[in-house]
Design a protein around this ligand. Structure first.
Ligand SMILES: [Zn+2]
Length: 442
């Protein structure tokens, strides 16, 4: 007899309709019902890590008479969050006071990341980070990894142990960096190549070519990063762009031949439809057009942008050029891994620009929308049967305040708004990765 691990989850199920894109969300009104599914008293059936069925409890239960039921009545069952920009190595300097980007990197980030030269310290730190990430309900992320081979290998090992769908790579840098956190271009390249051969496309893991940013990269390094993309065309690329004015001035001096910041990456074949650019705050008109033409993936990191005083992401304008817009915590400069908090800040920075972003639109960006932008929507982002079962349980009564406030909402739109405005990791009751509860995972 074939053995399975069929499990049934009962609760209020919320997920987006498979076929929609950001363009389906109107800037002037909340999303119509055809864009999403909200099934109060629903059932999610999961088998061998995949979604088996989803629907109304009373109807669906008839197909699964003898299976184990896990009862989350009154709680929300929904796909896990996707965070498209964070730094695995920066837990040690979260909440470091008072600097803008370049000073902040030199004073806090670089010394902190050097701790990863010690393998045991790296493993302890990575485990701490992943525990926090999962506790916050994030099941997929694009992360900047350590500089060196061994620590990057440990990161992949730990991700593999949890069976997470994750995109990451060793962070490369060879200039404008302290000696202790800099490697010759060729060595960065060789580490990357070795990691790619060992880990890329292994299980649910993908490798991302990760030059920290052009400011800390020589032309030789960017050229070698481009060579990796030529050799392995399905790799992701991630880097920072147009975050801070001093950084942008620096780019003009370092690459005097360039038309703009985006042109630097493009010259080396690094602006592609699998490139995730963090920040995108101070774009020229040419760069907006370039982002559209190259079909790059945008990662807006509003908490980090506020914290470092970098600027305001212009969502309204970006949408005129592309729908490949996603959100990131930028953990490190971002002081939380909660995508609920990121969604809250995204609302606030848009309000500062007189633009109201509706609840459904925001939630979409951090779930199915991100999965689509990353080309992963065949695997994650909704509850279509056959997809991988990465989901979370949200308790809208997790705190006294939430309980008080959520008892007064009239519909799902208001509920989502309250969860994003008041929520953090405390309302994520459980995180399931590939059908496995991560509670107590060591
Ligand atoms: Zn970053």
């Amino acid at each position: 007899m074939k053995t399975t691990d069929l499990k049934l989850y009962k609760g209020n199920i919320f997920y987006f309709n498979e076929n929609i894109t950001l363009k389906d969300f109107s800037p002037d009104k909340e999303a119509p019902g055809r864009l999403y599914h909200y099934i109060e008293n629903g059932l999610l059936a999961v088998e061998n890590g995949k979604i088996k069925a989803v629907g109304d409890y009373d109807t669906c239960i008839k197909d699964f008479q003898d299976a184990q039921i896990i009862d989350y009545s009154g709680k929300m069952i929904t796909p896990g969050f996707v965070d498209t920009h964070l730094h695995v190595t920066q837990s040690g300097i979260v909440a470091a006071y008072g600097e803008k980007l370049l000073e902040w990197l030199n004073n806090y980030v670089f010394p902190c990341e050097a701790a990863y030269h010690d393998d045991l310290a790296a493993r302890i730190d990575i485990n701490f980070f992943l525990k926090e990430l999962i506790k916050n309900g994030t099941t997929t992320a694009c992360g900047y990894g350590p500089l060196k081979y061994k620590a990057t290998d440990i990161l992949f090992e730990e991700l593999s142990r949890r069976n997470m769908r994750f995109i990451t790579g060793n962070t490369m840098q060879d200039r404008n960096s302290p000696k202790y956190l800099s490697l010759p271009a060729k060595e960065n390249y060789e580490i990357a190549r070795e990691i790619i051969l060992k880990w890329h496309n292994k299980g649910r893991l993908s490798y991302a070519i990760t030059p920290r940013f052009a400011f800390s990269s020589s032309e030789e390094l960017l050229g070698l990063a481009g060579a990796l993309k030529m050799e392995f065309p399905d790799l992701y690329i991630q880097s920072h762009i147009d975050e801070n004015f001093a950084e942008i001035e620096g780019i003009k001096k370092l690459f005097p031949w360039s038309k703009n910041y985006l042109d630097v990456y493009d010259r080396f074949g690094l602006a592609t439809d699998k490139t995730i650019f963090g920040h995108c705050l101070h774009l020229t008109e040419d760069e907006y057009e370039g982002m559209r033409d190259k079909k790059v993936i945008i990662s807006c990191c509003p908490i980090s942008n506020s914290f470092l005083g970098s600027g305001l992401f212009n969502f309204r304008k970006m949408m005129e050029f592309t729908d490949r817009i996603t959100l990131g915590s930028d953990w490190g400069a971002g002081n939380t891994l909660s995508m609920l908090a990121v969604l809250d800040e995204f609302y606030k920075i848009s309000m500062l620009q007189d633009f109201k972003v509706y609840s459904m639109t925001r939630w979409f960006l951090a779930t199915l929308g991100a999965a689509k932008s990353l080309g992963l929507s065949d695997f994650i982002g909704s509850f279509k049967p056959g997809k991988e079962a990465d989901f979370i349980i949200i308790d809208p009564k997790a705190t006294e305040l939430l309980s008080y406030r959520s008892a007064r909402v009239k519909n799902i739109y208001e509920l989502l708004f309250v969860l994003m405005t008041l929520g953090d990791s405390s309302l994520i009751e459980e995180t399931y990765i590939y059908g496995q509860s991560m509670k107590g995972f060591e």
